[in-house]
Design a protein around this ligand. Structure first.
Ligand code: C2E
Ligand code: MG
Ligand code: MG
Ligand code: MG
Length: 282
């Protein structure tokens, strides 16, 4: 009817939306030069092994320090890059940086694993496995030290081609982690379908295990399910010692969060690892 179509027209010309679209396009236009100039860089957030408390690796998180806009969230520009088919170069840049960093730690005799976020869009593209293989070979890092994180919802939506890509990645010895676990429609069927080595529990559950009985049940049963299927578990968003202790009691394998360390420059991570005992390679 009239009112509804009026509403639709208003939506289509929403000035805030238009400004947002223009902003996204301008970001995309600057993407390549921002990578080349170093405005776009990679932060590393440490992960610890709960059994020992030692740093065992890190997640690579992309950052854009924009000269005019300040810190632009990856939520904004990664999504824009995905939507406009520009995610390849960004991913190759982050992966390359992360692999070099991990290879450097490995050369120092440290057992250090690196996790890199992988856009679901890329899983559908035929060139991904070759790109990962090439960058891995360039770095000299062994495949077992690399984990690719795929969000739960993305993995759920993905079709046969994406599952096959994940299987191929797995057959190379690379680990696959299900990121933001718990936010999608987690089912047993899904657990069976996605060839993952690790489950990463979303911080929305982790952050309330000391207050919400149902979230604690959710985390406990995820850990039990994952372990019975031979998968390891990482908790993200650990901000307090109480939650860390709860996770240890629940038998979680690894943790990541502001309590342990914020995403930081590689040099800061290297310093942190110098001060804190890191796991030595066997
Ligand atoms: P994610 O992969 O789930 O990463 C975890 C996010 O939680 C990061 O936000 C991290 O800074 C934040 N975080 C870590 N510990 C805590 C904590 O204790 N408390 C709270 N409140 N937050 C914590 P960030 O860096 O803003 O990244 C947001 C998302 O952007 C990531 O979520 C990931 O999905 C995406 N992203 C980041 N870098 C890349 C990338 O290189 N490629 C792709 N495809 N996506 C990326
Ligand atoms: Mg992640
Ligand atoms: Mg996550
Ligand atoms: Mg998340």
């Amino acid at each position: 009817d009239e009112a509804a179509s009026e509403g639709l027209r208003w939506k289509a010309y929403d000035p805030a939306k238009l400004a947002d679209a223009e902003w996204k396009l301008s970001l995309l236009g600057q993407l390549d030069s921002a990578i080349d100039s170093g405005e776009i860089w990679v932060a590393y957030q440490p992960q610890i092994e709960l059994a020992t408390g030692a740093i065992c690796g890190a997640e690579a998180l992309v950052r854009w320090s924009h000269p005019e806009k300040g810190q632009v969230s990856p939520m904004e520009f990664v999504l824009a890059a995905e939507q406009h088919n520009r995610i390849d170069k960004l991913t190759a840049f982050v992966l390359g940086d992360a692999l070099r960093a991990a290879a450097d730690f490995a050369a120092q005799g440290l057992a250090f694993d690196i996790a890199v976020n992988m856009s679901a869009r890329l899983l559908e593209k035929p060139g991904l496995v070759a790109m990962v293989q090439n960058l891995l070979a360039d770095s000299g890092l062994s495949a077992e030290r690399l984990t690719l994180e795929v969000t739960e919802s993305a993995a759920m939506d993905s079709g046969r081609a994406s599952i096959r890509t994940l299987e191929e990645i797995g057959s190379l010895g690379i680990n696959v982690s299900i990121d933001d676990y718990g936010t999608g429609f987690s089912t047993l069927e899904y657990f069976k379908k996605i060839p993952a080595t690790e489950v990463k529990i979303d911080r929305s559950f982790v952050q309330s295990i000391d207050r919400s009985a149902s979230d604690r049940v959710m985390v406990r049963s995820t850990i039990e399910l994952a372990h019975s299927l031979g998968r390891s578990v990482v908790a993200e968003g650990v901000e307090t010692p109480e939650i860390l202790n709860e996770l240890i009691a629940l038998g979680c394998d690894k943790a990541q969060g502001y309590l342990i360390g914020r995403p930081m420059k590689l040099t800061d991570l290297a310093n942190l690892m110098r001060d804190q005992p890191a796991v030595r390679a066997a």
